[in-house]
Write a protein that binds this ligand. Structure first.
Ligand SMILES: [Cu+2]
Length: 467
């Protein structure tokens, strides 16, 4: 078992290949196996300038836009882009979305509303007072084309598609967003962090916590909470037995700490202020020191106000040594591993679903996600890390994944799976023999984490296996 390439080389190789793969759009279309669903885009009503569909975002603590104008019989596509649960209710009408978890969306059918101006708000206690309120103005036209039937649930799925649904626009949205993949964006996470080697051999790494502009999807720049300007933060790699120092400089507007999720460290290095250390105040630095004793597949993130920082991007990968692989040539679940098996590339995949980063793989939302590119016959060791709030069943088309470790602990009995469920805080390591050439869709199988009315987005990438 040897690792022919380092993780760092792979990150660079993937970036270089993005340009190459841009011309493979047609292939990617053919490989997309997930079907479309859902209602519409901002399509102007026939006899009014007001749109019949408006997208609304809920965050802490705002409804954006707060002043909405919409044509009669329209609907709101409401997305919770925040961290906490929210809903959107139209006061005194009985109309409200379900309570939405971070990242979830719902369509609110307004076809029962007469023209007029209504108050809107989030019904969670305290959220209206915090700023989650606004107005909704329904513009009457009197000549609505075959108004959407409020009670017509015959379409299945959303149940709110009326005669005015623009099905062709839905088709086009899905088609067009898929063809944008892989889209170039500013910023790349998971870049290997080079240590300074001290006289006694200690590897010293430096992390700076700060708020940055982060292009999470093409043209969509959000407030990212980052280490060293990257989301995910830079990748720290050490070997078993290495003495390690990590100097953390806090350029955030509030205090912070760093917890080495999964690493076994002395209690004083665990990064839980004020239990194990004083808070690192804004402008200050703190040095963590420990020995990475054993091979590990871990993460780092703040513990102090993690609920505020982590969803917005504050996490990184911490790998120690090499994960032991199942024996080459061994038979697992009736499938024989190659006799000459090597790990040809190591791919970190950090999944997130909340905050400003939202549904994403390695800090990017499709089509800005990076494809994984392999030669036929290569073996990919992929580590899933869940820094989000929800479970994500990660489904790869075309070939199964051999689950070899949970939270970095090698399994005595590895098993094959085409969908690997990764819960918050968990890591799963899978070996993917790239057996079949093609452009294979690779996505979370909670379909609203991968597709919306506006097309494909979020937790989708592709495994591109070249002949
Ligand atoms: Cu998901």
């Amino acid at each position: 078992m040897s690792e022919e390439r380092t993780v760092g080389a792979i990150a660079v190789a993937v970036v270089a290949l993005v340009a190459l793969v841009l011309s493979a759009g047609a292939l990617i279309t053919a490989a997309n196996g997930t079907g479309g669903s859902a209602p519409a885009l901002a399509v102007a009503a026939a006899s009014s300038d007001a749109p019949i569909e408006v997208s609304v975002e809920l965050t802490e603590f705002a409804i954006t836009p707060s002043s909405i104008e919409i044509a009669a019989s329209g609907s709101l596509l409401v997305t919770n882009g925040g961290v906490a649960q929210h809903d959107l209710a139209v006061v005194d009408t009985g109309l409200a979305t379900p309570m939405l978890n971070a990242g979830e969306s719902a369509t609110l059918d307004l076809s029962s509303l007469e023209p007029g101006t209504y108050d809107i708000l989030c019904t969670v206690a305290g959220h209206e007072a915090g700023g989650m309120k606004g107005t909704l103005t329904v513009v009457g036209t009197g000549t609505q084309p075959a108004a959407a039937d409020a009670g017509d649930d015959a379409n299945g799925g959303h149940g709110d598609h009326g005669a005015d649904t623009d099905w062709a626009a839905l088709d086009a949205a899905m088609h067009d967003t898929i063809l944008e993949f892989p889209a170039a964006t500013e910023g790349l996470g998971n870049q290997p962090l080079e240590p300074t080697i001290l006289e006694d051999g200690t590897k010293r790494f430096e992390l700076t916590a700060e708020i940055i502009d982060w292009e999470v999807a093409p043209g969509k720049v959000v407030e990212g909470w980052a280490y060293n300007g990257q989301i995910p933060g830079p990748m720290i790699q050490t070997q078993p037995g290495d003495k390690v120092e990590v100097v953390v400089t806090n350029k955030l507007p509030l205090g912070t700490d760093v917890h080495w999720h999964g690493l076994i460290v002395p209690n004083a290095q665990d990064g839980v202020s004020p239990l194990t250390q004083e808070l690192i105040e804004p402008g200050e630095s703190h040095t963590y020191a420990f020995t990475t004793e054993e091979a590990a597949v871990n993460m780092y993130h703040p513990h102090h106000h993690a609920q505020m920082k982590v969803p917005n991007g504050m996490w990184g990968v911490f790998l120690v040594g090499d994960l032991p692989m199942p024996e080459a040539g061994s038979v697992i679940g009736g499938k024989t591993l190659p006799e000459d098996m090597t790990v040809d590339q190591v791919v970190p995949m950090v999944v997130n679903d909340a905050g400003t980063i939202g549904m994403s793989l390695n800090g990017k939302s499709f089509p800005a996600t990076a494809p994984i590119v392999a030669k036929k016959g290569d073996n990919i060791l992929l580590h899933y890390y869940n820094e989000g709030y929800q479970i994500h069943p990660m489904h790869l088309h075309g070939m199964p994944q051999l689950v070899v470790a949970k939270d970095g602990y090698p399994l005595d009995q590895p098993y094959w799976s085409d969908t690997v469920n990764v819960a918050p805080g968990e890591r799963f390591s899978v070996l993917i023999p790239a057996e079949h050439a093609g452009v294979w869709a690779f996505h979370c199988h909670i379909l609203t984490h991968a597709e919306s009315d506006e097309g494909m987005y979020g937790m989708v990438t592709a495994l591109i296996v070249e002949e």
